[in-house]
Design a protein around this ligand. Structure first.
Ligand code: F6R
Length: 248
């Protein structure tokens, strides 16, 4: 795992955007696996700026998002489709038909998951998969549990995730209890994985992902088995690693 130690959220965001931009320049028709949440917002802003300046282009990019809340429409302002439109897609030259987010309103969610998996497989998996980290170590919405689930699946969100995401909703009661998420199979099949983390509340998760035992109790720990992971994190998120004396 290659770790970039950045001073703060701003430099973490720029560095993460540089890693993504390098992929776009290397392979203009790459498959990008994308994430939502507050951590990647700054990186998406950088990418949007660089695209407007003509430095990079998403014209031939295909994107696949990690996850979507079950029961939220694409127009719901807390859906992940809406997030992607607002934070990236509306500001770059990506073709709308080349963007995929699981359908949270699918009549048959299991079938939607199977089709989503088949689609990603048909693309040959992501060239670069962007991931945020849950405070509980989740990646996508692969929550801590008894096993690593390979396929795209419907997941019951843990209380910790519901509480963490309640800040975006009017109340914790409004947070959906389930989501559709890529499994660890698609994530691990990506050629390169880029993990972003910011803030002291991610320090335990970062530590466990980098140094903890590889176990489904911390889903992100499976990334230790991936041959090309880049972690871009700020000092606060790396604080437990540095306190433990891990050389960065
Ligand atoms: C989002 C996702 C989640 C988030 C994670 C961190 O698509 O899959 O795993 O990346 O919950 O969220 P933030 O960045 O809001 O702390």
């Amino acid at each position: 795992m290659f770790i970039y130690r950045e001073k703060d959220y701003g430099s973490m965001s720029r560095r993460a955007a540089q890693v993504i931009a390098a992929e776009l320049i290397r392979n203009p028709s790459c498959v990008l696996g994308l994430a939502t949440g507050s951590t990647p917002v700054g990186a998406y802003q950088c990418l949007a700026d660089w695209c407007k300046q003509g430095l990079i282009s998403f014209k031939d990019v295909l994107s696949v998002n990690l996850d979507e809340y079950k029961g939220l429409s694409p127009e719901h302002d807390q859906s992940y489709r809406y997030f992607m439109q607002q934070n990236l897609f509306n500001h770059v030259d990506i073709r709308p038909e080349n963007t995929r987010v699981p359908n949270g309103l699918a009549a048959d969610p299991q079938e939607e998951c199977a089709q989503y998996d088949a689609y990603i497989r048909s693309l040959g998996y992501a060239d670069l998969q962007l991931l945020g980290l849950g405070r509980n170590g989740h990646i996508g919405f692969n929550e801590p549990g008894g096993s690593f689930i390979k396929e795209t699946h419907v997941v019951d969100l843990t209380q910790s995730t519901i509480d963490a995401n309640a800040r975006f909703f009017a109340s914790a009661d409004d947070v959906p209890r389930q989501a559709l998420t890529m499994g660890v199979g698609c994530i691990m099949a990506a050629r390169r994985v880029l993990v972003v983390a910011s803030g002291a509340d991610k320090a335990d998760a970062v530590y466990n992902v980098v140094c903890g035992p590889i176990a489904p109790s911390c889903p992100g720990s499976i990334l230790q088995l991936h041959k090309d992971v880049v972690l871009v994190a700020d000092e606060a998120a790396l604080s437990k690693l540095t306190a433990a004396g891990v050389a960065l």
